[in-house]
Design a protein around this ligand. Structure first.
Ligand SMILES: [Zn+2]
Length: 385
């Protein structure tokens, strides 16, 4: 068990949720909404989301409280690499591969952890039979975003809350799948990166066919196929698609992804035939690298090359000219607009908060139209597509 010091008071944006009232104000520093039966949320921006009543920190750092990390992308892990955290086993392995040196308490999906919360309380609604008053129960559910990605389900005396982190349903085939809690979710904090109706994803297999065709066609024409995607999650999903190419292809991956690929294989994901990038032996193979390498000699010096950009953002045609890409393959690890609405319809929470959205107004409009109580919870996150 990891030991945590007692929490301390913080400044920052504080939002209280429960039964929402008219004057709900969200996302601005220092604003507070008065609502009955409160479950408080402190939006810490890059430092995560803090639940004072439960004394839990989600995807953050800088607070002395039990901290749950949803997945190993850089914008969700603590900046302090020594910080003790809770995470799924695969997220723990990926975080260690990326240099996290603090203790990580591994929590398998579906296993409930009981924590003391912010202190003892005189009374509670005893939602769960074995839930002591003031204690909180935390359970991780697979989020379908990347390997290890988890949604955090928190049960408190003030109600239950599901924090999705980044999520995807249908799930990435290179993840543990996607599963919602089989229990009432009173409050939902859900990512809304692609929450506009222009984003409607094609099925994974359709996009995987595009990836396989791009690779085999390029190779048969004597070009080196280059698939641009980020090192953790998307790269391994693309490799998993290429593993079933006919005829088989060999892959080289940018050095930053090598350790992460080994973790994926340790957790049983088939990545096919691959090796780290080697300039001398690259001809005749597929190269997978992040778009940040476009101007590097690794790609710039290749004379016969063909470039595909693989990301949800590839659904925007303008990205082809921005990245000098020959093909755009809109494979995303996030919910599209319609999938987001479906999750809300399934859970029917008392209140929903959208996070990570460049423009939440359209999704909020549609949710309001369907009778949902919802608002925006602004966060400052990177864009991993
Ligand atoms: Zn992510």
């Amino acid at each position: 068990m990891i030991g945590f010091p007692v929490r301390h008071e913080m400044s920052g944006s504080c939002i209280t949720i429960g039964t929402p009232v008219k004057n709900t104000v969200t996302g601005q520093s220092g604003t507070t909404t008065q609502i009955s039966q409160p479950l408080q949320i402190k939006n810490m921006g890059y430092h995560g989301i803090y639940l004072p009543e439960a004394n839990l920190l989600l995807d953050g750092s800088g607070v002395d409280a039990p901290t749950f990390i949803t997945h190993a992308h850089a914008d969700h892990v603590p900046r302090n690499r020594h910080q003790p955290v809770f995470a799924s086993p695969a997220t723990a392995a990926l975080m260690r591969a990326r240099g996290h040196s603090g203790p990580i308490k591994e929590i398998p999906f579906g296993e409930t952890t009981s924590l003391p919360g912010s202190g003892t309380r005189e009374s509670g609604d005893k939602r769960s039979g074995d839930n002591k008053s003031g204690h909180v129960r935390v359970t991780l559910f697979p989020a379908g975003h990347i390997l290890g990605s988890a949604m955090v389900f928190v049960e408190t005396d003030q109600g239950s809350l599901l924090y999705t982190g980044d999520c995807r349903v249908p799930p990435s085939p290179a993840s543990e799948g996607f599963q919602l809690p089989d229990a009432q979710v009173d409050y939902l904090i859900i990512e809304a990166t692609f929450a506009l109706p222009i984003y409607k994803w094609q099925p994974h297999e359709t996009l995987f066919d595009q990836i396989r065709d791009f690779a085999t066609d390029s190779l048969s024409d004597g070009d080196t196929p280059i698939l641009l995607c980020y090192n953790l999650g998307k790269a391994q999903e693309v490799m998993h698609a290429l593993a079933s190419c006919d005829p088989p292809v060999s892959v080289q991956i940018h050095g930053g992804g090598e350790k992460l690929c080994r973790v994926y294989e340790d957790f049983g994901v088939d990545l096919g035939r691959w090796e780290p990038y080697n300039r001398e032996t690259l001809p005749g193979k597929v190269l997978i690298a992040p778009s940040s390498t476009l101007e590097s000699p690794m790609i710039r010096d290749l004379r016969t090359r063909r470039i595909a950009y693989v990301s949800g953002w590839a659904s925007l045609e303008v990205r082809a000219s921005q990245l000098l890409a020959d093909a755009l393959i809109p494979l995303s690890d996030h919910l599209d607009f319609f999938e987001l609405l479906d999750v809300c319809r399934t859970l029917k929470p008392r209140h929903t908060w959208l996070t990570h959205s460049p423009d939440p107004t359209v999704a909020l409009h549609y949710l309001h139209q369907e009778g949902f109580s919802c608002s925006s919870l602004e966060t400052e996150r990177a864009d991993d597509g």
